[in-house]
Unconditional design. Structure first.
Length: 304
């Protein structure tokens, strides 16, 4: 593949230019996945930026992004291809009306490529060489084991077999990024075909820089306080800790409310931006949020 980063540092710089702050381990595994032509398997909590990695990579490398959003019941026809049955039926009726009913010829015609509807995986395999896309298989854990088994040929050989047309192989393999929120375990057979990386919550310094870039309207004091608050929230026993996406949303929401610093009223009014479960919200509304806020402000004063 052309125009790929030549080192780990170049990979980190490539992501940085697209406003994605990657730590060294992530930059390393991403560089190796690109260099070795291996799929990248990203696992982690929801909202830590797994999907964003694929989006940023496509933008930074100037490649098309093809996204397959996984869900329960996803099958081959939705992920790979299906036939345009309505158009095929019309073709059959026209052939019958004209008297052209030779069975073999008709079968060959109605199962030709002009009746083929290409879904994300087939689109990625048939891409123009030099413009191999980033294929994002998002939230694979939402599918079942049968769909995982279907992916094995694609991940191993960059090819797929369509019974009516034969084997289709990518002239230039796509850059494959697979994400999972770990709601269930993915089979080892699939993981072995990939390079693996656990995407964790960022440390405070990196999360603060992310907020500065993604929510530039938030002043320095507000950004530092809300990042400190979120970092401490992740240390307590919540049903769902806030991800980086929620931190950014919260910073933008507080900015829209003209907040210049965190206070109990703003926290109470905007907890629904940060937390998505009522039990978590109720827990903080009992006074724990004020305790955390006081702790954050003391720590920031001591550091200054």
């Amino acid at each position: 593949m052309k125009n790929l980063p030549a080192s780990i540092d170049e990979t980190a710089a490539l992501l940085d230019r697209a406003d994605y702050l990657a730590d060294r381990p992530l930059a390393t595994v991403l560089f190796l996945a690109l260099k070795m032509g291996r799929p990248l398997f990203l696992e982690g909590e929801a909202g830590v930026g797994k999907t964003e990695i694929a989006k940023v990579l496509a933008a930074a490398l100037d490649r098309p992004l093809i996204r397959l959003q996984c869900y329960e019941g996803l099958d081959v026809s939705s992920a790979l291809y299906e036939w345009n049955y309505a158009a095929q039926m019309i073709e059959i009726r026209l052939a019958e009306a004209s008297g052209d009913t030779a069975r073999d010829a008709m079968r060959s015609e109605i199962f030709s490529e002009r009746f083929l509807i290409r879904r994300p995986i087939l689109q990625a395999l048939e891409a123009v060489p030099g413009r191999a896309p980033v294929l994002l298989i998002d939230e694979l854990d939402r599918t079942d084991e049968a769909f995982e088994a279907f992916l094995l040929e694609i991940l191993s050989d960059n090819q797929v077999t369509i019974p009516e047309l034969g084997t289709i192989r990518a002239e230039e393999p796509p850059i494959v990024v697979i994400t999972t929120n770990r709601t269930r375990e993915i089979h080892d057979a699939l993981k072995r075909r990939c390079l693996y990386h656990w995407v964790d919550y960022p440390q405070a310094g990196r999360e603060l820089e992310i907020v500065r870039r993604k929510a530039p309207g938030a002043n320095a004091a507000l950004a530092a306080e809300l990042v400190g608050f979120v970092q401490k929230l992740r240390q307590i026993d919540l049903f769902k800790a806030p991800g980086v996406a929620e931190t950014i949303d919260w910073a933008n929401a507080l900015t829209e409310l003209n907040a210049v610093a965190l206070d109990p009223a703003h926290i109470s009014d905007t907890l629904g931006v940060l937390l998505k479960y009522q039990d978590d919200i109720q827990r903080l509304e009992t006074g724990e949020s004020r305790k955390i806020l006081d702790e954050v402000k003391r720590e920031l004063q001591s550091a200054s």
